[in-house]
Design a protein. Structure first.
Length: 326
């Protein structure tokens, strides 16, 4: 009886240990596989740290502001780590009451700026740190002329500043205008349409409101490159293409090889709306979002893919595609 009792106790102890180990293993596995749920992402690099911002699409409502994650190697991410409970910009500190979308962060004169969408208008806020808090005491949009989203700030080699953005006029159309030197608004007389969705790959569902959005602009070998996304973001065919121009104001010629990033390339639906950044070694990359799965759109996931120039053409390396994880 004593021996039987001993073995019973020993068996229970072993079961307890195994269960504990299983729970611990499950906990570790879960934490390793936690995706970062951000749409319209952008990455800003400063002093050895990558800062990841975007439209929140998970449990945290995008009506509260912008979260920020950090990493030193683009593999392990911490966050959200914004100055205000994870938020880099919090509703009430700057313009906007809802729909905080598509931020971009840049540095000018030792100050950090966030240009973003809220209430389907474009606003700008500043901070002394990439972690925030980003604030704008005036709490007003940059301009009032209809609905605009998806801002992108670009400085040319001659120092002129430009704002690429999307205007909601018979579709999502990409426009550009020169910015005032103090960033308070645009020079209205320079406002010009860049592109709209007229090609088959840009409107695969033949909708009456074609979408081109999420512009990023850079310069290479005296050519200006606009990387953009097309189709409604809920469409599995949401994808990334590009156009080129000899002037920041256009005219723009769409690349015949577009799209350069699509579900066909990476095997995941709804890939697009991102931003170019360069890693510590100067390698060009593109951060973007995907659908949550092949059967569900939201919450959208953040990912990175390598892109580079081959002569005057842009190429994406599908094998480098990786989802970002906490």
């Amino acid at each position: 009886m004593e021996i039987k009792k001993y073995f019973t106790i020993l068996s229970l102890f072993c079961v307890f240990i195994c269960c504990s180990q299983d729970k611990e293993t499950a906990k570790k596995t879960t934490s390793k596989e936690q995706p970062i749920l951000l749409a319209d992402p952008t990455i800003f690099y400063e002093n050895g740290v990558y800062y990841l911002y975007g439209t929140t699409t998970g449990d945290f409502p995008n009506g509260e502001g912008f979260q920020v994650y950090t990493s030193s190697d683009l593999k392990k991410w911490k966050g959200p780590v914004g100055a205000q409970n994870g938020l880099a910009l919090k509703k009430g500190d700057a313009y906007g009451t809802k729909g905080f979308w598509a931020p971009q962060v840049f540095k000018s004169n030792n100050k950090f700026y966030m240009i973003y969408t809220a209430d389907e208008n474009i606003a700008i806020a500043s901070s002394d740190s990439p972690l925030g808090p980003f604030k704008n005491d005036s709490k007003t949009p940059m301009f009032n002329s209809g609905k605009q989203i998806d801002p992108f700030f670009f400085v040319d080699q001659d120092g002129k500043k430009y704002l690429y953005h999307v205007r909601l006029t018979n579709g999502n159309r990409i426009f550009v205008a020169e910015l005032k030197d103090d960033l308070s608004g645009i020079k209205e007389e320079t406002l010009k349409e860049c592109i709209s969705g007229v090609l088959p790959w840009e409107n695969t569902q033949n909708v009456s409101w074609p979408v081109t959005e999420g512009p990023t602009v850079l310069k290479h070998n005296d050519l200006y490159y606009m990387i953009y996304s097309a189709n409604d973001f809920r469409n599995p065919d949401y994808a990334v293409g590009y156009a080129t121009a000899k002037s920041p104001l256009g005219p723009w010629e769409k690349a015949t090889e577009s799209p350069i990033i699509s579900k066909k390339d990476v095997g995941i639906n709804g890939v697009g709306h991102g931003d170019v950044f360069y890693d510590k070694n100067g390698k060009m990359k593109y951060v973007l979002h995907t659908h949550f799965s092949n059967s569900g759109v939201s919450p959208r996931k953040a990912a990175i893919i390598d892109i580079d120039f081959e002569g005057n053409k842009l190429r994406a390396d599908a094998k480098s595609f990786v989802l970002l994880k906490e």
